[in-house]
Design a protein around this ligand. Structure first.
Ligand code: NAD
Length: 349
């Protein structure tokens, strides 16, 4: 299958690109190369005859029409987005532009292409979204997000992702574009840009810097290893039902504080520190405005209908991740100079 992947130079998109090429698919990676992109993420497939890269912004109608015409993809996996909640608090405009207008543009370009092709039944527009669209669960009851949970986003990021999900559903209901949606929980793993919690903690620990925990660290997330997520996405693309959405979780709920302590104990074992345990570096900082208390995914649909489950526990996935960062300083070191990295963002009320 020839898959057009948007955002394939980012964290999750690159995991999808690497896995799809490994499995014999042809991939066209479309990415505008924003601050969050890194083409090194796909270096190990860049020379494959099954891989092509196009530096195009998803908001560029003419540019995207040309990419579809040139490559004639069988399906689209749409991951390109502004993805960092803290940046969305300081500057929501980019999020509206890319996540809403960009998705609208992708839908229109894909719809025209699909119509010109004679509306092939096998075409899919797979929209990759987040569990943050559902808002916050109370952390004292056992509720989980199902695919039917009403949307209730809290941040500019999750509001724009929620809006993009609605657009994608509307293009199915109105134009019959064969769409599929997935909403996943917090990802972590190799090639994670060093502005998100897991890489920030690993890299600050290695540098002997404070490990910042927002609020009291009690916020709960369901942690999903990025390579498991990529596997689930390719399965949904292949076997998911048109018009349906699937929640993808790691079945690994942890508080942020538990997660950071686990990272510290892995580092204590793999790279012991003369000054004492890494957990001594934990520092509680001002909470994020509107910080959701808990996200938790009910994975029943993807498990029962498609037979998918995550392959690793969060402890196993974090161990792989720490090892990867220890071995790949040449990847992360230059990224520390990018705009905003290492700064506390998103504190304005
Ligand atoms: P990322 O920030 O690492 O990568 C995003 C990529 O999109 C970058 O390569 C960037 O250059 C590209 N991009 C941004 N704006 C673009 C534009 N206008 N045109 C073309 N390319 C553009 O993001 P990620 O963490 O890999 O997330 C990928 C997708 O998964 C996003 O849609 C995000 O909402 C969703 N998601 C992420 C998580 C997570 O934990 N990271 C969880 C749930 C859902």
């Amino acid at each position: 299958m020839k898959i057009l992947v948007t955002g394939g130079a980012g964290f999750i998109g690159s995991a999808v690109v690497r896995l799809a090429v490994k499995r014999g698919h042809s991939v066209v990676n479309v990415d505008a190369l924003t601050y969050a992109a890194c083409l090194d993420n796909v270096a190990n497939v860049a020379d494959s005859p099954n891989y092509a890269f196009e530096e195009v912004d998803i908001r560029d109608r003419v540019g995207m029409n040309a990419v579809f015409a040139k490559h004639a993809p069988d399906s689209v996996m749409h991951l390109a987005a502004e993805s960092h909640v803290d940046r969305s608090i300081d500057g929501p405009a980019n999020f509206v532009e890319t996540n809403l207008n960009g998705t609208f543009n992708m839908l229109e370009v894909a719809r025209l292409y699909w119509q010109v092709q004679g509306k092939p039944k096998t075409f899919r527009f797979h929209h990759i979204s987040t569990d943050e669209v559902f808002g916050s669960l109370p952390n004292n009851i056992n509720a989980q997000f199902t695919e039917d949970t009403p949307y209730n986003p809290s941040s500019p990021y999750s509001a724009t992702k929620a809006g993009s999900d609605h657009l994608v559903r509307a293009w199915h209901e109105t134009y019959r574009l064969p769409v599929i949606l997935t909403n996943c929980s917090n990802n972590y793993g190799p090639y994670h840009f060093p502005e998100k919690l897991v890489p920030v903690v690993i890299l600050n620990a290695l540098a002997g810097k404070p490990l910042p925990i927002y609020g009291d660290g009690g916020n709960i997330r369901d942690w999903l290893y990025v390579e498991d997520h990529a596997d689930a996405l390719l399965l949904v693309l292949k076997n998911g039902l048109v018009g349906r959405s699937y929640n993808i979780g790691g079945e690994n709920e942890r508080t942020n504080l538990e997660l950071v302590k686990t990272l510290c104990s892995i580092l204590d074992r793999l790279r012991p520190r003369d000054m004492g345990p890494y957990a001594d570096l934990i520092t509680f900082v001002t909470d994020r405005p509107g910080h959701d208390a808990r996200y938790a995914i009910d994975p029943s649909r993807i498990r029962n209908e498609l037979g998918w489950r995550p392959s690793v526990t969060v402890e196993e996935g974090l161990e792989k991740t720490v090892l990867w960062y220890l071995e790949n300083e040449a990847w992360w070191s230059p990224l520390l100079d990018r705009s905003g990295v290492g700064e506390r963002l998103g504190t304005q009320p």
